[in-house]
Design a protein around this ligand. Structure first.
Ligand code: PMV
Length: 337
């Protein structure tokens, strides 16, 4: 099956007539504690391994969709109209065409995280887009189907349909019907994420290209699936037992192992900058002085700190400008129900 066939299968017997124009949906960005790096199938964004994330509460994308009487979709990101010949426009408009048929729409995307800088902006965008389409056509899809549709836009978007801790099953089916994400039934109110944003610019090599290159050329990649599997088990146990040291240690080691596969790809992939490395050394220095502080890093230079509420004052002092998120605090989504 290709993307179009998967969508047709999920939407069979569903109405393609607009039931509600001008809908709004919000989806939180998510940060993987056990990473997704490598696809078993390209077109459907099917991963080689399971992955596990934590969502970023009020950090994410608010997407609204409205009918439009022009010959093309009108897509706006943070009040700026995307040029129709730009890559982001083409990718988003191709995705919209799968759902909207001949109809043309105006899509407004408001983000409160930097775009394409390794902060999961595309995950939040595609999840919010799918949630808004679900409202527009009143499909009443379950979370599993919504997660699969979001995955077709961007892999990690399937983890942004739900919030809190979320696991994405790699699955084995060729059509990916068993590759979706589900929330874990655990809350951890003391857990904090610190966003250290050094660079707001889009990354030079996309995750898609980076994964392809790594799987094709890194001699270390063959060790990754087993590492990811062991880390996933350790992280799930740590969450269930609220063992923060194991959670942090495993997440940091998982991120570093993913970056080791990237660095050993050819041409090499190196997303860290000197600021990233300085912040890593700062984390290690804090740990040497007895603090339970860890980091994770995605396909970009920005670092995400993992710590507990009790260390908030120290984190603010040592990492100036850090944006602290409580993933389990209820937030205002500006969603229109
Ligand atoms: O979903 P994508 O194509 O943006 O890839 C996400 C890749 C990482 O952020 C590096 C890891 C992850 O699991 O989110």
């Amino acid at each position: 099956m290709n993307k179009k066939e998967v969508i047709q299968f999920i939407l069979q017997n569903k109405s393609m007539v607009v039931q509600r124009d001008n809908v709004k949906s919000f989806a939180s960005a998510n940060i993987a504690l056990c990473k997704y790096w490598g696809k078993r199938q390209l077109d459907l964004n099917l991963p080689i391994t399971n992955s596990l994330s934590i969502s970023l509460a009020n950090k994410g994308a608010l997407v609204s969709i409205q009918s439009q009487s022009t010959s093309h979709h009108l897509i706006t990101v943070n009040q700026e109209i995307l040029p129709t010949n730009s890559n982001p426009y083409e990718t988003l408009s191709t995705f919209l065409n799968y759902f909207c048929g001949e109809e043309r729409v105006s899509v407004n995307i408001d983000l409160n995280i930097p775009v394409a800088a390794g902060l999961a902006s595309s995950a939040a965008i595609y999840a919010a887009l799918v949630l808004a389409l679900n409202k527009r056509y009143a499909w009443a899809l379950n979370h599993q189907s919504l997660s699969i549709l979001a995955r077709l836009g961007s892999g990690s978007a399937c983890r942004s349909i739900d919030s809190g801790f979320v696991e994405w099953y790699a699955g084995t089916a060729n059509d990916g019907m068993d590759s979706y994400a589900e929330p874990l039934p655990y809350h951890w109110p003391e857990l904090r994420i610190g966003l250290c944003i050094f660079n707001h610019k889009p990354k030079s090599v996309s995750s898609r290209e980076g994964m392809l290159r790594t799987v094709a050329t890194s001699a270390l990649y063959s060790a990754w699936p087993e590492k990811a599997f062991k880390d996933l088990v350790a992280i799930k146990t740590a969450i269930a037992e609220k063992d923060f040291s194991v959670l942090g240690k495993t997440a940091e080691s998982n991120a570093l192992a993913m970056h080791a596969t990237m660095m050993s790809a050819w041409p090499p992939l190196w997303y860290a900058t000197s600021e990233t490395l300085d912040a890593m050394h700062q984390v290690w220095a804090c740990r040497n002085s007895g603090y339970d502080l860890y980091f994770t890093q995605d396909a970009g230079p920005n670092l995400k700190l993992l710590f507990l509420e009790r260390d908030t004052a120290m984190i603010k002092e040592k990492f100036s400008g850090v944006d602290i998120i409580n993933p389990f605090e209820p937030w205002e989504t500006f969603d229109d129900a």
